[in-house]
Design a binder for this molecule. Structure first.
Ligand code: F6P
Length: 324
C-alpha cells in the first residue's frame, strides 16, 4: 500500500475530523500518502479529490462536521457507479480506502470490497451508536452531551411551568441516544423502538408515577414505533387533560458542535488502528473498541443493528428505579 484514500459518508458526526486527522498522521508515520475524497462515495464517482497531508489536518481535531464533506450516494448503489468509482481510484493511484460512517457506508464498502481488488477498512462515525463490533461509535458521546445540555434547559422551564415535556431525540432505527441521554437527564420515561413500549404502557407508567412532581420529561427516540412524539403528545393530552404538555424535537443540533474529549480520543485511537490494520492486510472490516481493546469486525457483522440484546430489560428497569 502506498496511497490511502479517505472519505466520510452518510450523516456526519462530531469526531469525524479527529478521525481523518488520525488516519493522515498515522499514514505519514508509516510513510504512506493520503488522498481525501470529497462528499463520500459521490465524490469517488464524480472524481472529486483533495490533497491531504499531515499539515492540512492541523487544527481540525476540535471541529464538528467533516472537512471532507459527506453525502448519501444513490450512484454508489448501482454497479455502473461503483465501476466508475473504482476507475477513478485507480487513476488517482489510490490503493486502499478508509471509510468513515455508519451502516449505509459499510453496506456500500462491503459490496465494493467484494467486487473490486481494493482493501477497505471502516471507522464507526455515527451519533446513533448502532453498530456491532464497537462499544461506542465516534460522535455518540458528543451527541449525548448535546442532548443532555438541551434537555437540562427544557427541565428548567418545565419546572417553572409545571409541564410535561416530550423530547424527541435522533435515532431513526435505534434508541441508544434516547436511552443513555434519558438516564442522564433523569427522564420520567423513555420510549425506544427496542423496548416495544406502547402508548398505553406509557400511560400506565405515568398513572403509577408520583403525582407531586413539578415537571416530567419523556425522552422519545425518533425511531419510536408507538406513533412518534407528536402522536404521543396528542394521546397524553386526551388522557391527562390537567397536564400542561409540550413536544420538543431537538433535531440536527445533535449532529453538530465540537466533539467531546471521549470522541476525540476514540477517533484518534481508531484512526491509527485503521492504518495499522490496512498495513497488516486487513480488509472488509470495521475497526472498533470493545472493552478498551481494538477489534476488527467484518462489515457484514458490524451493520447488524444492536437491538434488544444490548438494550436489555435491565436498562428499562434502571429508568423505572431512578424515576421513582
Ligand atoms: O446520523 C444518523 C441520523 O442522525 C439518524 O439518527 C437520523 O434519523 C438521520 O441521521 C437523519 O439524517 P438526515 O437528516 O441527514 O437524513
Amino acid at each position: 500500500i502506498k496511497n490511502i484514500g479517505i472519505l466520510t459518508s452518510g450523516g456526519d458526526s462530531p469526531g469525524m475530523n479527529a478521525a481523518i486527522r488520525a488516519v493522515v498522521r498515522a499514514s505519514y508515520y508509516y510513510n504512506l500518502y493520503t488522498t481525501g475524497v470529497i462528499r463520500g462515495y459521490d465524490g469517488l464517482i464524480k472524481n472529486e479529490f483533495m490533497h491531504l497531508d499531515r499539515k492540512s489536518v492541523a487544527n481540525i481535531i476540535q471541529r464538528g462536521g467533516t472537512v471532507l464533506k459527506t453525502a448519501r450516494s444513490e450512484g454508489f448503489m448501482t454497479k455502473e457507479g461503483r465501476e466508475l468509482a473504482y476507475k477513478n481510484l485507480r487513476a488517482k493511484r489510490i490503493d486502499a480506502l478508509v471509510v468513515i460512517g455508519g451502516d449505509g457506508t459499510f453496506t456500500g464498502a462491503n459490496v465494493f470490497s467484494q467486487e473490486f481488488d481494493i482493501p477497505i477498512v471502516g471507522l464507526p462515525g455515527t451519533i446513533d451508536n448502532d453498530l456491532a463490533g464497537t462499544d461506542f461509535t465516534i460522535g455518540y458521546d458528543s451527541a449525548l452531551n448535546t442532548v443532555v445540555e438541551a434537555v437540562d434547559r427544557i427541565r428548567d422551564t418545565a419546572e417553572s411551568h409545571n409541564r410535561l415535556f416530550i423530547v424527541e431525540v435522533m435515532g431513526r432505527d435505534s434508541g441508544l441516544i434516547a436511552l443513555r441521554s434519558g438516564i442522564g437527564v433523569g427522564a420520567e420515561s423513555i420510549m425506544i423502538p427496542e423496548a416495544k413500549m406502547t402508548v398505553n404502557d406509557l400511560i400506565d407508567r405515568l398513572e403509577r408515577g408520583r403525582k407531586d412532581k413539578s415537571s416530567k420529561i419523556i425522552v422519545v427516540a425518533e425511531g419510536d414505533r408507538s406513533g412518534g412524539s407528536f402522536q404521543i403528545g396528542e394521546t397524553l393530552k386526551e388522557k391527562f387533560p390537567n397536564y400542561d404538555i409540550r413536544v420538543s424535537v431537538l433535531g440536527h443540533i445533535q449532529r453538530g458542535g465540537k466533539p467531546s474529549c471521549m470522541d476525540r480520543v476514540l477517533a484518534s485511537r481508531l484512526g491509527v488502528a485503521a492504518v495499522e490494520g490496512l498495513l497488516s492486510s486487513k480488509s472488509g472490516v470495521m475497526v472498533g473498541l470493545v472493552n478498551q481493546e481494538v477489534t476488527y469486525t467484518p462489515f457484514s457483522q458490524a451493520i447488524k443493528h444492536i437491538d434488544a440484546e444490548t438494550v436489555t430489560p435491565g436498562w428499562m428497569k434502571l429508568v423505572d428505579i431512578l424515576s421513582l
